[in-house]
Write a protein that binds this ligand. Structure first.
Ligand code: PMP
Ligand code: GLU
Length: 419
């Protein structure tokens, strides 16, 4: 049986608890938690009467806009290389269906890659991430893992990279991206580069230097992205993919359009109008994303400090709105409280302290590990007014409602790890 995806399930659980009157700190879900800029809302309102299905790959105007968007980001792209869908999640699944072979994943990695690969009847080959940053398999271990997988009857065909990464909130090192692409090339793998967090690198210099698989393996790398994270439009379900130039890319595009035509037909026409506008990079949109990037960075750093103070080790946040703390250094203290696994850690935080996080096992990590994914993007406020204030604040972690949440977390972590 296919389970309710862990991210969406925890969101529903935590919201239901809140609705029932419980005080719950929601660190479970990667929803970007920001309001919609007025100009973008107006585009949707103006497009509400567009009720035709349109072409499966997306309207010419939306694909032109996406092609320009990639091109301005250093990746020359024509509109015929672009495919829209209701969320990049749908595109990732279509890719897993259309590309031959089993799926190689960094471990940990986002919950849905392995679940989608199982839905497609494929095996998953999980390879641990390097110590510094996630989103790529450790190049030192990838080749051996591929050989072992083949010896066990698997046929590795697709390598998924997440740069920047969910769940670790980090950006893979350029040399690791280059190395894993070299291995992918030698082993005939296709690369799916999930770049949905690419606009949300906190540091501007690091953002310009974002390492990209497509620079190393241009003919066999598919890039996926969308507006769920950068523009906080998750519920509008706007995703898109860039297929490589050349015969391989053209064939794959045909197969993806085939899958799309049989499952979702097209991205909702009003949403294509939104994509066409947002992907032209108008000043209001660029300013909104720049403010979001500052906010995500500031709050992620403040939450990181709480985990570090409680004795967890945690990679410093570099992009997006996630942290991946590891409570191994305080294992004995947790054991004294009956917590011996990631699942028990998440359960204790929720049941004893009203803090919702996801255990590392949801991301394919070892069950015995004391790791959890912490999403920080639902701390910005409950109301639109609070969220706008957070977006505009110089010191968002000091806003009363954000500070109160940080206090809730501090007390919970102190209670859980007290000696
Ligand atoms: N990839 C990653 C790494 C994600 O975290 C998400 C979050 N939903 C997605 C893809 C899918 O996003 P969407 O379907 O909203 O484009
Ligand atoms: N990607 C988000 C997360 O990891 C939520 C949405 C989803 O998983 O589809 O929490």
């Amino acid at each position: 049986m296919t389970m309710h995806s862990a991210t969406l399930a925890i969101d529903e659980t935590l919201r239901a608890r809140r609705a029932a009157g419980e005080k719950v700190l929601h660190l479970g879900f990667g929803e970007a938690g920001l309001p919609v800029p007025a100009g973008v809302a107006a585009v949707l309102a103006d497009a509400v009467r567009r009720n035709g299905y349109g072409p499966v790959a997306g309207s010419a105007e939306a694909r032109e806009a996406a092609a320009g968007w990639f091109t301005r980001r250093g990746l020359p792209t024509g509109p015929e290389q672009v495919l829209f869908a209701p969320g990049s999640k749908a595109l990732l699944f279509a890719l897993v269906l259309a590309l031959p072979g089993d799926v190689v994943l960094p471990r940990p990695s986002w919950v849905s890659y392995a679940a989608q690969s199982a839905l497609a009847g494929k095996r998953t080959i999980g390879v641990p991430i390097p110590a510094g940053a996630g989103g790529v398999p450790d190049p030192e271990r990838l080749e051996g893992a591929l050989e072992r997988a083949r010896a066990e009857g698997a046929e590795p065909g697709v390598l998924v990279l997440t740069v920047p990464d969910n769940p670790t909130g980090t950006v893979a090192r350029a040399e690791d991206v280059r190395a894993v692409c070299g291995i992918a090339e030698r082993h005939g793998l296709a690369v799916v580069a999930d770049e949905i967090y690419a606009e949300l690198v906190h540091d501007a210099d690091a953002a310009r230097a974002l390492p990209r698989a497509v620079d190393h393996l241009p003919e066999r790398t598919v890039v996926t992205s969308g507006l769920s994270k950068s523009m906080a439009l998750g519920g509008w379900r706007i995703g898109f993919a860039r297929l490589p130039e050349g015969a391989w890319g053209e064939r794959l595009r045909g197969e993806l359009v085939g899958v799309a035509s049989e499952i979702w037909s097209s991205l909702a026409a009003p949403m294509q109008a939104v994509a066409a506008r947002v992907l032209e990079d108008p000043p209001e949109v660029l300013a909104h994303i720049a403010a979001a990037r500052r906010l995500h960075g500031a709050v992620a750093r403040a939450v990181h400090a709480e985990f570090a103070a409680a004795g967890a080790v945690c990679r410093a946040p570099e992009a997006g709105f996630y942290l991946y703390p590891d409570f191994e250094p305080v294992r004995e203290r947790l054991a004294a409280r009956g917590v011996r696994s990631g699942a028990e850690l998440a359960a204790a935080l929720l049941e004893r302290y009203g803090v919702g996080v996801l255990a590392g096992a949801a991301f394919g990590d070892a069950a015995a590990g004391l790791r959890a994914r912490v999403a920080t993007s639902l701390l910005y406020g409950e109301t639109e007014a609070e969220r706008w204030a957070a977006l505009r604040a110089d010191a968002p972690a000091e806003l009363p409602w954000v500070a109160a949440s940080l206090g809730h977390l501090r007390d919970a972590l102190a209670g859980l790890t007290r000696g």
